[in-house]
Design a protein around this ligand. Structure first.
Ligand code: SAH
Length: 221
């Protein structure tokens, strides 16, 4: 489908989006993050071609199953806080559209990502393969993390958690960083937790954000 090609128009819109992110409230300045976001064709993570023009607006967008692709500024802020270096093992909770997954791949990470909604997991798996992004996608409950693949250098949660899941802290390497929005539905504070000792964390808050909730326990088909 020609609409889904990555043409000069899309590339131009993407350049503009990166400028918006740089100048916006997040003040993201990490060049590697900005380069990664300039490289990922966000319009290919939005199913409905009627909304292609909105793909490069700095806003969240519905992706089915009542979920959203995160706002680009939010993706940039979380990616910057994560301080990914090439080759790092990164766990993402909440694959959704796979957009954040692709940004992490562009940063050179070895990405593992968990999605709770089976239809999203399946669509996104195919999408990432089609776009050439190699990530290990899992259908399951992010509260449990991915113990068989851990420990991780970095963990990023892309849904709003009521509290920081113990299992995720346990799967962080020493020196590792967890970036997680914590708080009630749609009103979270962004936190980074750096593991500085066996069970010792340096915690920092990074402002208010709005996420769909992290859903507990049951894994829906
Ligand atoms: N990173 C995604 C953001 C999607 S929104 C993107 O770039 O598109 C958050 C996602 O977290 C949703 O797809 C939702 O289904 C998923 N989610 C919510 N609770 C979860 C849980 N307990 N485990 C795994 N995924 C979960």
């Amino acid at each position: 489908m020609t609409l889904l090609n990555d043409d000069y128009r899309h590339q131009g819109m993407r350049k503009h989006l990166v400028q918006t992110i740089k100048q916006g409230p997040g003040k993201v300045s990490d060049e590697a993050v900005l380069r990664a976001m300039g490289a990922v064709p966000r319009h290919m993570f939005i199913d409905d071609s009627a909304f292609l023009s909105l793909a490069y607006a700095d806003q969240a967008f519905p992706i089915g199953c009542g979920q959203t692709i995160s706002q680009p500024t939010t993706v940039a802020v979380q990616s910057q806080l994560l301080r990914v270096e090439p080759g790092m093992k990164v766990l993402e909770i909440g694959t959704g559209s796979g957009y954040q997954t692709a940004v992490l791949c562009e940063l050179g990470a070895k990405v593992f990502s968990i999605e709770r909604h089976k239809p999203l997991f399946e669509t996104t798996k195919q999408r990432l393969v089609r776009l050439g992004y190699k990530a290990t996608l899992m259908h399951g409950d992010g509260y449990k993390g991915a113990p068989l693949h851990g420990p991780f250098d970095r963990i990023i949660v892309t849904c709003g958690a009521p509290e920081v899941p113990e299992a995720l802290l346990g799967q962080l390497k020493l020196g590792g960083i967890l970036v997680i929005p914590v708080g009630p539905d749609g009103r979270q504070k962004m936190w980074s937790w750096s593991k500085i000792g066996a069970d010792i964390f340096d915690r920092q808050e990074h402002g208010s954000f709005s996420f769909v909730p992290m859903l507990a326990h049951k894994v829906r088909g």
